[in-house]
Design a protein around this ligand. Structure first.
Ligand code: ZN
Length: 161
């Protein structure tokens, strides 16, 4: 059923090691003093053990948010979206949590309301894509995804009236 719905979407290949200017190597057991995520065996963990949190750093996501640098934008439009704003934002936050249990780094940077749009900025390109997919899965509507070269930046548009 789910697959059927996504047949019209383009096949997307993700690059795990793209040219992210914020991608730097951290020593094992580095933890973010801002958001507490911890780098353990090349993996960002949401909830690390205290003994794993040894080297204080600012994680790339917190740095991006501080700099106002985002790699994904999700634009939400339409009458349905306006009426169900809180529900939609909750759905996105749940999806964010779900993704962050797999890898803790990507997250929502900020949410803006502008004219008749809700704009969600994400610190990572894939997260915006996953949000679009989650909205489409939950509410159908119109979804379109625009990738820039090398997939470092993604614009996702979702509209339902
Ligand atoms: Zn952080």
């Amino acid at each position: 059923m789910k697959l059927q719905k996504f047949k019209s979407l383009p096949y997307i290949k993700f690059f795990d090691f793209h040219n992210d200017p914020y991608r730097t190597e951290f020593p094992n057991y580095s933890y973010c003093t801002q958001c507490n995520i911890t780098y353990v065996d090349k993996h960002w963990k949401l909830k690390a053990k205290p003994e794993e949190m040894k080297n204080p750093i600012l994680c790339p996501a917190c740095k991006k948010i501080k700099d106002g640098y985002f790699e994904g934008i999700l634009c939400i439009k339409g009458e349905f979206a306006k009426k169900h704003k809180d529900e939609i934002i909750n759905l996105l936050k749940n999806e964010e949590q779900k993704q962050r249990t797999k890898t803790a780094l990507p997250r929502i940077g900020k949410i803006e309301e502008k004219d008749d749009m809700i704009i969600v900025y994400t610190t990572n390109d894939k997260l915006a894509y996953r949000f679009g997919k989650a909205l489409f899965q939950a509410y159908k509507g119109d979804l379109s995804i625009k990738w820039s070269d090398g997939n470092i930046f993604t614009r996702v548009y979702w509209e339902r009236n």
